[in-house]
Design a protein around this ligand. Sequence first.
Ligand code: NDP
Length: 279
Amino acid sequence: MAKLIDGKYISTQIKDEVKEKVKLLKEQGKEICLAVIQVGEDPASSVYVRNKKRACEYVGIESLAYELPEQTTEEELLALVEDLNKNEKVNGILVQLPLPEQIDEDKIIRAISPDKDVDGFHPESVGRLCIGEAGFLPCTPAGIIELLKRSNVEIDGKECVIVGRSNIVGKPMSLLLLRENGTVTVAHSHTKNLKEITRRADILVVAIGKPRFITVDYVKEGAVVIDVGIHRDENNHLCGDVDFEQVKEKASAITPVPGGVGPMTISMLMSNCAAAADK
Ligand code: NDP
């Protein structure tokens, strides 16, 4: 049976490290402040925003909450982002996605100052990641690298397969694993013979967005399996993109859902905020 990769424990470890760093920064007279903008009242977004505020309180970062109505226009949101870019007190700006359809997400992401881009979604941050320059890393894939390293999973020279190529998970994940000297393959909805490809993986990262899609026959004996997906099943239980019950019998290590990748995303956000204040 696979070893469980405990994201809850590792994320608390990281938050405690950030808390120490924040304390040191404050001793040097640096205040740290994250602005969190939510447009509309999407219930899932409200949960994420609440958890981010709680994490800020835990590590000692001030958070400013902007809760804007669903009908907010693109111009109004751009004006707020511009104000926050100029506000010297604010180190990080986070716009909770998805945004209502009248607002162009890409335009908003580009409007955030790259120095305050703690989500790591701005094209400048993405470009830096691509060419190996220091910059803000997107939180979910950066959290997965931490999970692997802190669970003593060697990446160097390993066959890494990522299923999913989104801008927030799959693509940056491939660049980060490459940076760690993994041999990386990215699969997506046009990939032929997916099972053959995933069965090559020493490290399999799954970010498809389909509940329990990856069954035991997609996995090599002894693989390390990282499940990014989050869903509610027919019984209202949380589950991932991986069929955990089956796959845990074949993998050497696996992340559970909940308690795997999920908690890491917020811890890495806190880490990015501390880094922004330290610039
Ligand atoms: P997207 O929907 O943006 O991307 C899904 C990817 O999976 C696409 O690249 C798509 O391919 C690929 N895909 C879909 N179906 C198949 C298939 N049958 N075979 C192979 N590839 C397929 O999702 P995200 O990356 O944003 O998120 C993925 C999951 O992770 C979701 O469940 C989301 O909720 C969760 N998530 C969790 C986070 C956390 O903190 N734990 C953070 C972010 C996301 P194509 O590009 O060809 O369409």
